[in-house]
Design a protein around this ligand. Sequence first.
Ligand SMILES: [Zn+2]
Length: 70
Amino acid sequence: MPYYCVNKNQTLNPGLHHEVHTHEHANTLKIRESIDLGWHASETDAVRYAKVYYSDADGCAVCCPKAHRG
Ligand SMILES: [Zn+2]
């Protein structure tokens, strides 16, 4: 089960969402300011949980494609 986190900073993508990443991908991207979401069975669950913090939370297109809206 992957460990997820949500970027505290809105990403510079067209939607300006707070993006959810796996911990591994967040490290790859060198994201420093993030909130740990814990382990989730799927990115869909992780994004649902991230919405507790950010109502605009969205899955990263790379590591959370099933939860990516745009
Ligand atoms: Zn990612």
